[in-house]
Design a protein around this ligand. Structure first.
Ligand code: NI
Length: 132
């Protein structure tokens, strides 16, 4: 059984590798080197056995709360480059998937589920998926 919770957040970022020069960043990232934003959609998929007492794999209100506290509240209407779990990375959606996975994996295990997939929809046409 796989359960997916969707959340949305709107954030600003710029793609920037702090180890290379300004004009190299400009060449590498083009328009994305400039400050801009996205309306992201995050899909968190959890798997695990059905609890005999509750009939749930995971209580969705607890899952929702964890995603809000660990991820959405930190990202929504914020500058991703300065968010604690993204500070030292290039703020691509690839790296965002991995950082969100790392933020959620243990708290979801504490609720009795197992994190299966992080999917982020960045634009109408671009989706990213990470399975750990
Ligand atoms: Ni972007």
């Amino acid at each position: 059984m796989y359960i997916t919770r969707r959340e949305r957040f709107s954030s600003a970022h710029r793609l920037l590798n702090t180890n290379i020069a300004d004009n190299d960043n400009n060449k590498l990232f083009g328009k994305c080197y400039q400050l801009h934003g996205h309306n992201y959609e995050l899909f968190v998929t959890v798997t695990g056995p059905i609890n005999k007492i509750s009939g749930f794999v995971i209580d969705l209100k607890d899952l929702k709360q964890i995603i809000k506290n660990k991820v959405i509240n930190k990202l929504d209407h914020q500058y991703i480059n300065e968010v604690d779990f993204m500070k030292d990375t290039i703020t691509t959606t690839e790296n965002l998937c991995i950082s969100i996975w790392n933020e959620l994996k243990n708290p979801i295990e504490q609720l009795g589920g197992k994190l299966y997939k992080i999917k982020i929809k960045e634009t109408e046409n671009n989706f990213f998926e990470y399975y750990g």
